[in-house]
Design a protein around this ligand. Structure first.
Ligand SMILES: *Cc1c(COP(=O)(O)O)cnc(C)c1O
Length: 369
């Protein structure tokens, strides 16, 4: 059994994807070919924002967002320690300082009350300037934007939605990728919408930010790439990846629906065995991961071993919160600083989740618990 079955999806789309790739081989515009702009317009339509700008991966998408907002040394950027490393990595990479804020114990997303306290603390007692928040839609569940958007407005902070996992999620019909000043996503193969390599995108309603990002992703180009008006990076989405994504995006809404059915069945059957994922009213998760909590780390070990014995893969996202990673030792944050993130990281693990998981496979996965 596969944790995420990309082959099952390919078998459904084989002819279409092969045809699209052949199309690129025939026209030969491998960089910024016509499929790239076709994809950008379809992505912006799907998400419901004015601009979608593709780039080389989800990490670059976050970096480009920070660069376009002129965030750098002396700036504080708030985020959660319970996420993939890249979310906080880019903050340090542009020279700013990550300020971690613990998560909500039910949603695993940034806790808006603790965020407000952390913002106040930086304003009162730090030389850093509070500039932005990067909220993460962890495991596919959108962060609480009904709270985060007004909060960031009140403190004049920029809000960046890291929707690398959230793409396909919704709040009240509003889609992930449309929250905050800028949203970013990743097309890494295992993400809800993945390509066959690395890829990413940035979403915004701001003409000014979109223009800056389009320049920054091609060496800070002006009129063309030999006219340079800013220090940028080289971060384009390959035309072949755009061609593949066009076919995958066409069936993506159906896949998101199929994931809801898988998640519902898991939750119905497992709710008395482990702590199942919490989805607040009016929220929809894209189910990038279906993650459950065991009672403690010993119990988790036992359950994961039982799965392994049955040939069923399970994975821990994430076993070490970011403030305890060696790379962030320089921030001087001690164990115990973010008790919820630390406790969840000891107990959480994820079950196989993808739109092509059949009933029989799911029954087998459920029966182990
Ligand atoms: C995957 C991921 C990223 C980075 O995306 P890449 O395309 O792998 O660079 C950033 N943030 C989160 C939350 C992710 O899950």
């Amino acid at each position: 059994m596969q944790f995420i079955d990309l082959k099952a999806q390919y078998l459904q789309l084989q002819d279409k994807i092969n045809g699209r790739i052949r199309g690129v081989l025939e026209h030969g515009k491998y960089i910024m070919g016509p499929e790239v702009s076709e994809l950008e317009s379809k992505l912006s339509e799907y998400v419901g924002v004015k601009h979608a700008v593709t780039c080389a991966n989800g990490t670059d998408a976050l970096q480009l967002a920070l660069m376009a907002m002129d965030i750098g040394p002396g700036d504080a950027v708030f985020t959660t320690p319970f996420t993939f490393f890249a979310t906080a990595e880019v903050i340090s990479l542009v020279g700013a300082t990550p300020i971690f804020v613990d998560i909500d114990e039910r949603t695993y997303n940034i806790d808006h009350l603790r965020l407000e306290a952390a913002i106040e603390e930086i304003i009162d007692a730090s030389e850093l300037v509070a500039k932005a928040v990067i909220s993460v839609d962890l495991f596919g569940l959108p962060a609480d934007y009904e709270k985060l958007e007004p909060l960031c407005k009140r403190y004049k902070l920029k809000l960046i939605e890291d929707a690398a996992q959230g793409f396909g999620g919704e709040i009240n019909g509003r889609r992930s990728g449309s929250f905050g000043d800028i949203a970013t996503t990743s097309f890494f193969p295992a993400k809800p919408l993945g390509c066959y390599g690395d890829g990413g995108a940035i979403f915004t309603n701001s003409d000014d930010l979109a223009k800056k990002i389009k320049s920054l992703r091609i060496h800070g180009k002006g009129e063309d790439k030999y006219d340079n008006i800013a220090i940028g990076i080289n971060s384009r989405l390959d035309t072949i990846q755009a061609a593949i994504l066009l076919e995958k995006l066409a069936i993506f809404p159906r896949e998101v629906d199929a994931r809801q059915l898988v998640a519902k069945k898991y939750s119905d059957k497992l709710k008395d065995k482990v702590v199942i994922p919490y989805v607040p009213p009016y929220f929809q998760s894209s189910w990038a991961q279906y993650s459950v909590l065991a009672k403690d780390s010993e119990k988790r070990k036992e359950l994961m071993a039982a799965y392994k014995k049955q040939g069923i893969p399970t994975v821990i996202y994430y076993s070490k919160p970011l403030h305890l990673q060696g790379a962030f030792e320089y921030l001087g944050i001690k164990e115990g600083a973010f008790p919820i993130s630390e406790s969840v990281s000891q107990r959480i693990f994820s079950l196989p989740m993808h739109p092509y998981l059949c009933e029989k496979q799911q029954d087998k996965i459920i029966s182990v618990l």
